[in-house]
Design a protein around this ligand. Structure first.
Ligand code: NAD
Length: 419
């Protein structure tokens, strides 16, 4: 049993960090060419990553005999280290990563919430992991708390414990809500999940208004605008810190393209723009790094598969829910990227559905540069020089995305926030 767990944890750690070189999935060669490249090397001239347990590369680990192997030993060592000061006081963040951030997961007892909590628990950057759910989450907290990684885990069950779960938190991740069943679209979840997201974001506004907020609950194309509206009504909206999590679309695009073209999985980076439902998900295959050429048939096949990949999982699960493990992996990657950005890493790029002026739509998913204050820049070059297929698909997705955004805004405006 223990051996099993050991192996599972080690595998997760490897996956989590290997994909993370530079910015978890965005490798040096894949960074926008227009940006100055600032890559750090340590004394052994290995690439200075700052992702998950890989951060351990830069912390001395005398024994090298941790449960995650030599490179990951610092995760354990970090647990014994004094709590670090916040990153703003650190100049050499990549040389001495230590736990200092607080992360809250709302909906942590669920299919996504539990594996996400496990992956996040493995980060050496986190000092406290708060897990909240309306369902009993104390057992999950007790279970996780036995992992000897730096963060302290606290469980919060029921609405009376929600405010305390959010106090002092730097990043809030929201996977609370119902998932799809076969035959459902993401929009079919609106009636239930809209209220859940509204209530939870109200609590975020009241208790940790400066936090980065990651919205996973579907339909993201509407729940993100709901969250924005709630924060506006509460007077604490910072568009740079509110994110719709579309990382799974990128993870899937990278995987499917690598499989199709026989490329190494961790080498591939495909920006995915638009939104997060059906045809609003637009992988920009022409912008794939490393550069790959696709014939028309391949473009059509890959685009449709990436757009329908969620449904592929929903159907395979035959009513037992939607993607949970790959979603947890993708969400953990986005958490990790956010923490690295908060910590001052200047090379963090992710796709996300955010308030944007790249198109005429108020919210749009694109690659963004993350920094301490959230979105620092939009990578507009991704939308330049598109193929005819991509340009047409971009125009075609706009009416549906616009309607979903407006539906979310109208919902939130009809139901003013509780003060
Ligand atoms: N963004 C994406 O790419 C993506 C991918 C997959 C799934 N999702 C979405 O994520 C959501 C969660 O999926 P899941 O598979 O984990 O579902 P799940 O049913 O397994 O878990 C949801 C959890 O949310 C909790 N919950 C419900 N209402 C709550 C509330 N008001 N406050 C706190 N917790 C609450 C439930 O108790 C449950 O534990 C769904 O909306 C799903 O559509 C998004």
């Amino acid at each position: 049993m223990f051996l099993c767990l050991y192996k599972m944890a080690a595998t997760s750690a490897a996956t989590f960090s290997i994909g993370s070189t530079i910015s978890l999935g965005t490798k040096v060669s894949q960074l926008p060419q227009s940006k100055p490249l600032s890559v750090r090397f340590n004394s052994q001239n290995t690439l200075a990553t700052f992702s998950g347990l890989k951060a351990a590369t830069f912390v001395k680990c005398e024994s090298g005999s941790s449960f995650l192997g030599k490179e990951s030993g610092a995760a354990l060592q970090g647990a014994a280290a004094p709590k670090a000061q916040k990153s703003s006081q650190r100049s050499q963040h990549n040389l001495n990563p230590q736990a200092s951030y607080k992360v809250a997961i709302l909906g942590a007892a669920g299919g996504i919430g539990q594996p996400l909590a496990l992956l996040v628990k493995m980060s050496p950057l986190i000092s406290a992991l708060h897990i909240y759910d309306i369902a009993n989450v104390k057992g999950v907290a007790a279970d996780l708390s036995h992992c000897n990684t730096p963060s302290q885990v606290l469980g919060f069950t029921g609405t009376s414990e929600l405010p305390n779960s959010l106090k002092g938190v730097d990043v809030v991740v929201i996977p609370a809500g119902v998932p799809r069943k076969p035959g459902m679209t993401r929009d079919d979840l609106f009636s239930i999940n809209a209220n859940i997201v509204k209530t939870l974001v109200e609590a975020v506004a009241d208790n940790c208004p400066d936090a980065f907020i990651h919205i996973i609950s579907n339909p993201v194309n509407s729940t993100l605008p709901i969250a924005a509206e709630v924060l506006k009504q509460k007077g604490v909206y910072d568009p740079k810190k509110l994110f719709g999590v579309t990382t799974l679309d990128v993870v899937r695009a990278n995987t499917f393209v690598a499989q199709k073209k026989n490329l190494k999985l961790i080498d591939v980076d495909v920006p995915v723009v638009g939104g997060h439902a059906g045809k609003t998900i637009l992988p920009l295959l022409s912008k794939t790094r490393p550069p790959v050429s696709f014939n028309d048939e391949e473009v059509q096949e890959l685009t449709v598969r990436i757009q329908n990949a969620g449904t592929e999982v929903v159907e395979a699960k035959e009513g037992a829910g939607s993607a949970t493990l790959s979603m947890a992996y993708a969400a953990a990657r986005f958490v990790e990227s956010s923490l690295r950005a908060l910590d001052g890493d200047a090379d963090v790029y992710e796709c996300s559905f955010v308030q944007s002026d790249l198109t005429e739509l108020p919210f749009f998913a694109s690659r963004v540069k993350l920094g301490r204050k959230g979105v620092e820049a939009f990578i507009s070059s991704d939308l330049q020089g598109l193929t005819e297929y991509e340009q047409k698909a971009l125009e075609a997705l706009k009416p549906e995305l616009k309607a979903s955004i407006e539906k979310g805004i109208a919902f939130a405006q009809k139901q003013p926030v509780t003060t």
